[in-house]
Write a protein that binds this ligand. Structure first.
Ligand code: DGL
Length: 267
């Protein structure tokens, strides 16, 4: 048994879609969430910069004695995972490997679509991992950069978003994928809009659920599960939290159980 918190980090607030899954699947676990709201988005930045930022975020959480780290950002998972593993004494979960496994299990016609930020798609991480499991699978990747700001602005069900989504996804409809991996923390908010365009026969894979299933397994195997009946939730951001309060509810699914505090990554 270990009651230390789980550290969850993201380029911003999108990772709250992963944190809420911890609350759901592991209700006795305490969480420290860190979002780099001062420097979001990461999805358009170079690999070198994302690695530098990601190590700063991981170190901030490791100093707070977290018992495991959840990289709740696809862009960071795609380009910086090995570097974070090098510095971390605690188990690390990323959001790509669990989504890949679930996607490979789901596809019947061996045609999988992947959508994500430019950084994630350019890294080729999803296609690489899918092909490693089953080289016969065809992977079609599309970056959807406008989805992040649209979700943050609360426009994920807006008519304009539907038009943009159609433009991004029409090609995947033509390519007859039967499974689509939502390779970005923000995309679960666009679930209905995406389903409308791809049709109900395409299975959408959101990484939050399989990631936290994997986390649960790792914690159990390593004897790190908490039995705390009063878990704590701490939320840290790197910019003034004003705007964050307005949007977190959409990503977390309910009001945050705890205050959001601005921190400096050197703290
Ligand atoms: N959290 C990022 C991801 O999952 C999206 C936002 C960003 O571009 O930083 O890729």
């Amino acid at each position: 048994m270990n009651n230390n918190p789980i550290g969850v980090f993201d380029s911003g607030i999108g990772g709250l879609t992963v944190a809420r899954e911890i609350v759901k699947q592991l209700p006795h676990e305490s969480i420290i969430y860190l979002g780099d709201t001062a420097r979001v988005p990461y999805g358009t930045r170079s690999k070198e910069i994302v690695i530098k930022f990601a190590l700063e975020l991981a170190n901030f959480l490791l100093r707070r004695k977290v018992k495991s780290l959840v990289v709740a950002c696809n862009t960071i998972s795609a380009v910086a995972l090995d570097k974070i593993k090098n510095i971390s004494p605690v188990p690390i979960l990323d959001v790509i490997a669990p989504a890949v496994k679930k996607g490979v299990r789901a596809t019947k016609n061996k045609r999988i679509g992947v959508i994500g930020t430019s950084g994630t798609i350019q890294s080729g991480a999803y296609a690489l991992q899918i092909k490693k499991i089953d080289p016969r699978i065809k992977v079609f990747s599309v970056s959807c950069p406008l989805f992040v700001p649209l979700a943050e602005e609360g426009l994920h069900k807006h008519q304009a978003t539907r038009l943009i989504a159609k433009d991004y996804l029409d090609e995947l409809v033509r390519l007859k994928i039967d499974t689509l991996i939502l390779g970005c923390t923000h995309y679960p908010l666009l679930y209905d809009t995406i389903t409308e365009i791809l049709g109900p026969k395409v299975t959408l894979i959101d990484s939050a659920q399989p990631t936290i299933e994997s986390l649960k397994k790792v914690l159990e195997e390593k004897g790190l599960i908490s039995e705390n009946n009063n878990p704590t939730y701490e939320f840290y951001v790197t910019d003034a939290p004003g705007r964050v309060y307005q949007v977190t509810r959409r990503f977390f699914g309910s009001k945050l159980k705890g205050k959001i505090k601005k921190v400096s990554l050197g703290d």
